[in-house]
Ligand binder design. Structure first.
Ligand SMILES: [Zn+2]
Length: 276
């Protein structure tokens, strides 16, 4: 995989390009190519070339998907080489976009710390793995087209794909399967320092499971709207959650609160419990 490169532009310009599927800034006509930056160049380039006002977005470009030539060169006689794309950029080669905030002095605040491209490159690799699992599970008729991998210190520690229909388990969503696998492999009930890569934005159940597992962050490919478009609509569960209990679709009845609470009190005073 080639190292990803960065490009920044006005948000309005990018929104229009995305709709058209193709991005062609003025430099393309004037100079014949699109200016881009490597991870090390992006902060400098922003400071030098970004307009003083207007909302800017940073694009992370997956070079493997760019369908025009990319040349590292310096067209103004300097030594430092910059990646130039010779032709309009196909917008599906943009893996991430990020709205770049400015501080009180108008200086841009970049979305990453010391080693951005490393993280991003790794993210691309693992999200692809999650997508591959979603495809495998679907093709093997194990369940819906969803996959997830869990990564710790650059290594995959858990994998999962949806197995609802093949195991008669309505909770066997990709993320839950992957969390169980990772926790078993790590002999831990928490996913400290882990990243969850999932082929689709987690449903409310999985999001809950992920919060309980406490990983560092989540990376996802398809959105919940994409899932709803192929009839995996979990939006109704999101809508149920804030509703008062008596208005929810599944009836809930409270009984024997006091008896239940006796066990809670015993837990509160239990001395040999494992906290989590
Ligand atoms: Zn789920």
């Amino acid at each position: 995989m080639q190292t990803p490169i960065f490009h920044f532009t006005l948000k309005t310009v990018w929104e229009a390009a995305k709709k058209a599927g193709s991005y062609a800034p003025p430099s393309l006509e004037e100079e014949g190519f699109i200016h881009n930056s490597t991870e090390n160049q992006v902060a400098n380039s922003l400071a030098k070339h970004a307009p003083k006002t207007g909302d800017m977005v940073l694009l992370l470009i997956d070079c493997d998907k760019v369908n025009k030539p990319i040349v590292y060169e310096n067209t103004s006689g300097g030594k430092e080489l910059y990646p130039h794309i010779y032709g309009a950029l196909n917008t599906d080669a943009v893996a991430w976009t990020f709205e770049i905030p400015r501080d009180a002095q108008g200086k841009f605040i970049l979305p990453f710390g010391d080693a951005p491209a490393k993280t991003n490159e790794e993210d691309l690799k693992f999200i692809r793995e999650a997508i591959q699992l979603s495809r495998n599970g679907m093709e093997n008729n194990e369940g819906g087209p969803f996959g997830a991998v869990i990564v710790k210190d650059g290594k995959i520690v858990g994998r999962g794909n949806n197995r609802v229909t093949s195991t008669n388990d309505p909770t066997a969503h990709a993320e839950v399967v992957a969390i169980r696998d990772a926790c078993k492999n790590l002999s831990s009930f928490q996913l400290d320092g882990c990243v969850i890569y999932t082929s689709c934005e987690p449903c409310p159940m999985c999001l809950g499971a992920i919060y309980w597992a406490r990983p560092e962050r989540i990376v996802y490919a398809c959105s919940r709207e994409d899932a709803a478009a192929i009839n995996f609509d979990d939006d109704f569960i999101y809508k149920e959650i804030p509703l008062p209990i008596e208005q929810r679709a599944i009836q809930m009845t409270q009984l024997l609160q006091e008896e239940g609470n006796k066990v809670f009190k015993a837990w509160a005073s239990k001395e040999d419990k494992a906290l989590y």
